[in-house]
Ligand binder design. Structure first.
Ligand code: LMR
Length: 396
């Protein structure tokens, strides 16, 4: 049977990470996967996480299974962090998941099992894995316009127009709450209000990917989309991730939250979410959830986390400015100041697939084929060689 299996194409993001690891060139630069790097190019373990781990190791008494929906304290604190003060927590069915991707997969399976073939609308462009995982779950994906032809703004009129004309009752719309991946372009508060109003009027269900909470403007500021959506929709799904804001990438910790109309419906939905989890991975791993619950549940650790998160956010912001200036200094014909208004880890550079290929083969600079740059991978050490290489690619 296996002889006839053809090889899958490499993953557009993780596949490049594998190629990067194999590249023997010392000066190589990795701006592919969305992972935070400090000024030394390391992905650090946060200090608050180390402290929480010490407490957990001291107190842990068992490695027994968690419940299907994970640690209840984690679920309460995760829901409070993203939706506290916006929606009564009793109306939310929450399950701890293996990362944000796990949350999206559970949400997709829940939708596929309980509703008749809902279509999922994804932004053009979106994180490529959105489309793959929705389709694997049996949901058909549709595209709504997002990035304008200038590649540095949102084509908001076309977005509204498409949803207005083609959105149907029972359709799902996948939205990035903040730090849109891959463009770094977020709607403003007014635009979120318009999106919420239109999608509610069309009877669509928002499925919100919240992978970068705290990487945009701050923990409170980054909830602007959630407030707008909750204002117009009684029901929506939120998939959050603690990979980036806690630096817990390999611990795989996230949460799927279904906001329901009332407590009774939340209980029933919770049972269906558990059913989706059970047939996927049975129950989530403990350690990452325990870290997040320990930090969020302890006032000292929580304040320390907020400071560490702000430091990550500010470093990325500083690197955006440094990159814009570096490109000027390197003599690039293109003005990159549009990057300054973008949020989170990513930016669309405007590099063509051919230029991206050239940068990888000739300069050992790794960028995703779409031209997405992980700004968090830029350091004072790699900045100028990077700007010179991109300038050479763009000017030639
Ligand atoms: C990314 O877009 O680079 C991150 O969300 C990591 C991933 O799993 O693709």
């Amino acid at each position: 049977m296996f002889e006839a299996v053809s090889a899958a194409p490499p993953d557009p993001i993780l596949g490049l990470g594998e190629a990067f690891l194999k590249d023997p060139r010392q000066h190589k630069v990795n701006l592919t996967i969305g992972v935070y790097k400090d000024a030394q190019g390391q992905t650090p373990v946060l200090d608050c996480v180390k402290k929480a781990e010490t407490l957990i190791l001291d107190q842990e008494k068992s490695k027994g299974y968690l419940g299907i929906d994970g640690l209840s304290e984690f679920n309460r604190l995760a829901a409070e962090l993203s939706l506290g003060g916006i929606v009564p927590l009793s109306r939310i069915a929450v399950a701890q998941s293996p990362g944000g991707t796990g949350a999206l997969k559970v949400a997709a399976d829940f939708l596929s099992a309980n509703f008749r073939g809902p279509r999922v609308w994804c932004s053009n462009p979106t994180w490529p894995n959105h489309i793959s995982l929705f389709e694997v779950a049996g949901l058909s994906s549709q595209i709504y316009p997002y990035l304008a032809a200038d590649k540095c703004s949102i084509d908001f009129a076309s977005l509204l127009d498409k949803v207005e004309r083609e959105g149907k009752v029972g359709d799902v719309i996948c939205l990035h709450a903040c730090c849109h991946n891959p463009s770094g372009l977020d709607p403003d508060a007014q635009q979120w209000a318009e999106i919420a109003e239109l999608t509610a009027a069309r009877g669509m269900l928002p499925l919100i990917d919240f992978a970068y909470h705290g990487f945009g403007d701050g923990l409170e500021e980054d909830r602007v989309a959630l407030k707008a959506i909750a204002d117009k929709h009684e029901e929506f799904i939120l998939c959050s991730s603690f990979s980036k804001n806690f630096g817990l990438y390999s611990e795989r910790v996230g949460a799927v939250m279904a906001v329901c109309k009332d407590d009774g419906s939340a209980e029933r939905v919770s049972s269906r979410i558990k059913q989706a989890v059970r047939s996927n991975y049975s129950n989530p791993p403990r350690h990452g959830g325990a870290i997040v619950a320990t930090v969020l549940g302890n006032a000292t650790l929580r304040s320390a986390w907020e400071l560490e998160l702000a430091a990550m956010r500010n470093r990325i912001h500083d690197m955006r400015s440094a990159f814009v200036n570096g490109m000027k200094e390197a003599g690039c014909d293109v003005d990159f100041s549009f990057l300054l208004g973008q949020k989170g880890m990513f930016s669309f550079s405007g590099l063509t697939p051919m230029q991206v290929d050239w940068l990888r083969t000739e300069k050992a600079v790794y960028i995703v084929g779409s031209g997405r740059i992980n700004v968090a991978g830029i350091t004072p050490g790699n900045l100028m060689p990077l700007c010179q290489a991109i300038t050479e690619a763009m000017n030639s």
